[in-house]
Design a protein around this ligand. Structure first.
Ligand code: DX5
Ligand code: ZN
Length: 221
């Protein structure tokens, strides 16, 4: 059974408390916090995501799945450590070299969070193979990072299958999270790909029954 990590990017500020409470009741498995710095991607959600994370921490014990779409990875890791996130994921494309990737992996682990590496649609999956023994999760972007409500890019599905095969061949225990444009209509495409955590934003937030939407997406894979 896959897990659902609901992206809070599309949550309306004036309805935040009610929305987070309803998402917990609807049995989302994680809250997916989309941190964007206006440099790595055009949007800047730094303030909004901090506000939302503060609210979530006051009303819920569900795990935080922090997705850093930022250039300054270390500073943003530091910004989220006080919230004791379950998982912090950074983009391989934001790192200048292997040393920097290894430094972030080490730093996140030292601070008792799980480590994820995210890759954009155009980044080849082979680029992260060497880090797999050191991390807990790979986040395969199924849209270009930067906005909610986009359409899933079909070519990214093959990357997930290839990654799962490689992980299995090498007897590694690693979660694969897919992120962007996922909904009830395209759930079939994700069947048997080996993705075990689905990030879903607008398809849940814009639906009139969170519990029903989460159940429908979960039961398919
Ligand atoms: C995009 C974010 C995704 C996005 C998902 O850069 O990383 O998490 O918010 O939202 P939907 O499901 O609406 O594509
Ligand atoms: Zn995300």
């Amino acid at each position: 059974m896959v897990e659902i990590s609901t992206s809070v990017l599309s949550v309306k500020e004036e309805e935040a408390v009610k929305t987070f409470y309803n998402l917990e009741t609807a049995k989302t498995d994680y809250f997916h916090i989309d941190v964007m710095d206006g440099k790595f991607v055009k949007q800047n959600t730094i303030e909004k995501m901090q506000t939302y994370t503060n609210v979530i921490k006051q009303i819920s014990n569900l795990p935080l799945d922090v997705h850093l779409m930022v250039e300054d990875v270390e500073a943003n890791i530091d910004a989220y450590l006080p919230y004791e996130p379950n998982l912090i994921t950074f983009h391989i494309e934001a790192c200048k070299d292997k040393q920097e990737v290894l430094k972030h992996i080490q730093y996140i682990k030292e601070n008792n969070a799980k480590v994820g590496i995210a890759i954009k649609p155009n980044t080849s999956i082979e680029e992260i193979y060497e880090y797999l023994p050191l991390i807990h999760l790979v986040l395969v972007m199924t849209v270009e990072p930067g906005y909610g409500g986009q359409k899933l890019i079909p070519e990214t599905i093959q990357k997930v299958k290839q990654l799962r095969e490689y992980i299995n061949e090498n007897n590694l225990q690693i979660d694969i999270e897919v992120d962007g444009g996922i909904n009830i209509e395209n759930k079939e495409e994700l069947k048997h790909t080996g993705a075990n955590i689905l990030v879903v934003g607008s398809a849940i937030i814009n639906s009139d029954n969170y519990k029903d939407t989460i159940k429908k997406i979960k039961e398919t894979i």
